[in-house]
Design a protein. Structure first.
Length: 145
């Protein structure tokens, strides 16, 4: 009851990753819902300002609020498409597959570079320890090859 060691449940990395992904998706959907509510309120406000309060009657475009609502509708549809279509196809599994592809390409490129270095600069046939040992015991300079 009064022990100093607290038992806490540990979340492994995969569960933590799934939890973070779920939090991110919930935040995206929540922001989309906010956008929709603000869009509806803004559209109603535009209509009230133009039709009932006669604000904007002297603009070049007579029905300016319709164009404003249409542009805002397009922006909302892009947001909706982003949340439900793009993120559906480019979810965590897609990111993992892309990451694995890039890591494989990188490993392949490193292997090619290592092969190129091995071909251009081969390692000496004598071991470094033998050369070092011989040079310490032998007062004469090493053989020139």
């Amino acid at each position: 009851m009064f022990s100093k060691t607290k038992k806490t449940e540990r979340i492994d990395a995969e569960q933590r990753e799934q939890y973070e992904y779920a939090r991110q998706r919930i935040a995206q959907k929540k922001n989309l819902m906010r956008h929709f509510i603000i869009f509806l309120a803004g559209a109603i406000l535009f209509i009230v300002l133009n039709e009932f309060l006669d604000i904007g009657k002297d603009f070049i475009i007579q029905k300016w609020y319709i164009w404003a609502i249409l542009i805002w509708t397009f922006i909302f549809l892009v947001h909706l498409f982003n949340v439900f279509v793009i993120n559906k196809f480019m979810d965590k599994e897609w990111e993992d597959r892309q990451l694995e592809k890039l890591k494989a390409k990188q490993a392949e490129r490193i292997a090619e570079l290592q092969k190129q270095v091995d071909n251009e600069l081969p390692l000496p046939t004598k071991s470094h320890k033998t050369t070092l040992k011989n040079s310490l015991n032998n007062p004469l300079p090493p053989d020139v090859e």
